[in-house]
Design a binder for this molecule. Structure first.
Ligand code: FES
Length: 368
């Protein structure tokens, strides 16, 4: 709308908007604007789905137009995506797969449906054009340095392709002249995400080499799981390169082990999160923890609820165990828990909490 206004009128409009925002406190203007159109919000970041495609049977790729508060991202970062499922807001982290320089400003997320994953299954089954998702500001330090490395090796597996593909597309948009090898692992050719785009990108950029390795089928340039032989075959210069890695844990572990043995850990970049310092008081813990869905019960040990649930024989969905990904979020039906990262107390009934960083304060009931 601002683009249609004469330049002289814009500061006045901004002042009027701030005044309206102040007058509409505590709900803020967004609560009223969203009644007209959820994408009119000024402060919250949202994305409306404009396109949905299923590249493989168990994934969904969403293209999103973002609301005006979105300020872009750096390739390799992640965003927290929120969606309402049965009236409860659920949040998970996903890394955009598009170039950070994408000219139309759209955001592309590819989500793999985890059989245990509430949000990923919901998006896989229900995402359609017009669906509105909540987004956070981008976060994470898994990014390329400002001064781009001359040689880059990217290794990914499965849906871990998204942050490294974003880096590759970004470098391609920057017409990076250095050598890049993109080594991607999948079970079979049918499981490869972005296969045609990668082949096309390699064809258009002579310095980019894309190698597919299939762990369970023939037909790729390489076969089987990651090994020193694979590395020597596709990037014998890897000792002089910067390597960016994202994929399932076994792949990450074997690449780390090899680079560690080679004394190259500093040149290997992965999505690393610093574990938070949790304030725990196991000496003075009191109360009973009841997991209502399963009917299990345990005496509060003062440890995070995710650990207590596991001690009780449960296997709640989780990811980072550090309070970042939100995949361990459950509803606390009654009682009080303390966020061991921030110290904040949750005392309300039916409040969502993150099991991995929440500790009970006395008796609690968790819907788990
Ligand atoms: S927030 Fe990631 S497992 Fe709890």
């Amino acid at each position: 709308m601002a683009a249609l206004l004469p330049r002289r009128a814009r500061p006045r409009m901004r002042r009027l908007a701030s005044l309206a925002e102040a007058l509409l406190t505590p709900h803020g203007m967004d609560r009223y604007l969203e009644l007209i159109d959820p994408m009119l919000v000024r402060r919250e970041i949202r994305g409306v789905v404009t396109e949905v495609r299923h590249q493989t049977a168990d994934t969904v790729t969403l293209t999103l137009r973002t609301s005006r508060a979105w300020g872009g991202f750096t390739a390799g970062q992640y965003v927290r995506v929120s969606v309402d499922i049965d009236g409860v807001r659920r949040t998970r982290c996903y890394s955009p797969a598009n170039s950070q320089h994408r000219s139309d400003g759209l955001l592309e997320l590819t989500v793999k449906a985890d059989p245990q994953g509430l949000v990923s299954r919901h998006l896989h089954e229900n995402a359609a054009p017009g669906m509105v998702l909540g987004l956070s500001r981008p976060d994470g330090g898994f990014t390329l340095p400002e001064r781009r490395p001359r040689r880059v090796l990217m290794i990914s597996g499965g849906s871990g392709i998204t942050p490294v593909l974003s880096m590759l597309r970004t470098l391609a948009d920057e017409r990076h002249v250095g050598r890049i090898t993109f080594l991607h692992y999948a079970n079979t050719a049918e499981d490869v995400l972005y296969r045609d785009e990668l082949a096309d990108l390699a064809a258009r950029h002579p310095a980019v080499r894309v190698v597919f390795a299939y762990t369970h089928a023939r037909g790729g340039e390489l076969r089987g799981f990651f090994s020193a032989e694979h590395l020597e075959a596709v990037a014998p210069w890897y000792r002089e390169a910067e390597t960016y890695l994202c994929g399932p844990t076994p792949l990450m572990d074997s690449v780390r082990e090899l680079f560690g043995a080679d004394g190259l850990s500093e040149r290997l970049h992965t999505e690393e999160f610093a574990p938070p310092v949790l304030e725990l008081d196991t000496e003075n813990a009191t109360g009973q923890v009841r997991f209502t869905h399963s009917g299990r019960e345990i005496t509060n040990t003062g440890r995070p609820l995710l650990e207590q649930a596991e001690e009780a024989g449960l296997r709640p969905e989780h990811g980072c165990r550090m309070g970042i990904c939100f995949s361990c979020t459950k509803v606390k039906t009654t009682g009080c828990v303390r966020n061991a990262k921030t110290g904040a107390l949750s005392t309300e009934e039916n409040e969502e909490i993150q099991l991995c960083i929440s500790v009970p304060v006395g008796d609690v009931e968790i819907n788990c």
